[in-house]
Design a protein around this ligand. Structure first.
Ligand code: PLP
Length: 383
């Protein structure tokens, strides 16, 4: 029903990026488009039959409220999967990766506090920090991930961010991975300046060859909170993730969660625990890596075959994304591509400051294999 009121929403809602996500979801909803837009997992990876079987076996704990930290069983399983096993008080189950970011932001950020993110970075993280009225600063990324020298200069110049947010593995949106030597340098810089690092590992287990450099968490559990999710490896319908970090930080996140959603869904926690214990997660991961590697190869072949020389793109070794840069106006390109039947996300959505106008994000995770070449051909004709 229409209202005559003018509602006075809180100032923190004026961050703006929310419309951007809505626009992406809007594009995704149009089944006519060949979509390189959303970072959704391919539904062919979803384990519907096995999950249905498991659901029939579960006891009452799966249907009851859970402890705020999460059920013991899944915390044990999650801890055992990390490359440095967290102690019991160093890990918390969250409702997806985004809640881990939200809880850190809620626990640390007062209005006007400084946060550093990669440029470009995950839009959801920009929104999470903005919603607590933080000033979001950037450091560049290149083919080897975050530019640690640029970060060091920024901090030596006097900036004192409370948080540094990074996606070291198969970054969203750039598709790049932080080189092993930069990882050690990065945590040293953070230690020296007393900055808490949030390491988002959403795509870490989706390296095409199944390997990954040491996590920042394993290198520096004193200054790193690892935020993880099962959305890309199990399925996003369970809304399940984790945060691993210093015990006193995790205790604060638990406290923040008590008045956010109190606990993550027990049903998803029990399903994931049993699924992983039976070895099925590893099987799913192996199939997913193969599928996404195949799609990525098709995308790169198609780009090489159709794009003009003035256009460049990143070469992912895992994850869902490649980042395309050229001498075009990305917003205009995205609009004209949509008219021609192809959805891509304009780069400016992944910057907190309006840059990115010469880049678009290409996601290869959900698009049909057979549509990749024709979709890229169409995009190239619009370029
Ligand atoms: C880098 C990154 N972090 C976190 C998330 C959010 O994960 P979840 O769906 O589990 O909240 C995403 C999802 O797109 C992502 O790309």
């Amino acid at each position: 029903m229409a209202t005559t009121h003018t509602w006075q929403f809180a100032e923190r809602t004026r961050a703006g990026a929310g419309d951007g996500i809505a626009a992406i979801l809007g594009l995704l909803g149009n089944p006519e488009l060949i979509s390189f837009a959303g970072g959704f997992p391919d539904p062919r990876t979803f384990p519907a039959d096995r999950v249905a079987g498991l659901a029939a076996e579960l006891d009452a704990s799966a249907f009851q409220y859970a402890p705020t930290r999460g059920l013991e069983g899944i915390r044990d399983v999650l801890a055992g999967r990390l490359d440095r096993r967290p102690e019991d008080d160093e890990v918390l189950v969250t409702s997806g990766g985004i809640e881990a970011l939200e809880l850190v932001a809620k626990s640390f950020l007062d209005r006007g506090d400084d946060v550093v993110v990669e440029a470009p970075t995950y839009l959801g993280a920009i929104m999470a920090f903005r919603s607590f009225e933080a000033n979001v600063h950037t450091v560049p990324v290149d083919a080897d991930g975050l530019d640690v020298d640029a970060l060091a200069s920024l901090l030596e110049g006097g900036l004192r961010p409370k948080l540094l947010y990074t996606i070291p593995d198969h970054q969203n949106p750039a598709g790049v991975t932080l080189a092993a030597d930069r990882r050690a340098a990065l945590v040293e810089v953070a230690r020296r300046h007393g900055t808490l690092v949030i390491e988002d590992v959403a795509y870490r287990e989706l390296g095409f060859d199944g390997t990954a450099p040491p996590s920042l968490w394993s290198l520096a559990p004193d200054v790193v909170v690892q935020a993880g999710t099962t959305s890309k490896t199990f399925f996003p319908g369970v809304r399940l993730g984790w945060a691993a970090g210093p015990a006193e930080v995790v205790a604060q996140l638990v406290s923040a969660k008590q008045n956010t959603d109190q606990c993550s869904g027990a049903l998803g926690q029990r399903l994931f625990e049993e699924y992983a214990r039976r070895g099925w997660l590893e099987e799913q991961l192996a199939r997913s890596r193969e599928l996404y590697a195949r799609k990525c190869a098709l995308l790169l072949d198609a780009l090489r075959a159709s794009m003009p020389e003035s256009v460049s793109w990143t070469t992912p070794r895992g994850g869902f994304f490649s980042w395309l840069t050229g001498s075009f106006d990305a917003a205009e390109l995205a609009r004209r591509a949509a008219d021609a039947g192809v959805a891509v996300v304009p780069g400016a959505l992944f910057y907190p400051d309006g840059r990115g106008g010469d880049s678009v994000r290409l996601s290869f995770s959900m698009v049909d294999e057979a549509q990749i070449a024709p979709g890229i051909e169409t995009l190239a004709s619009v370029v």
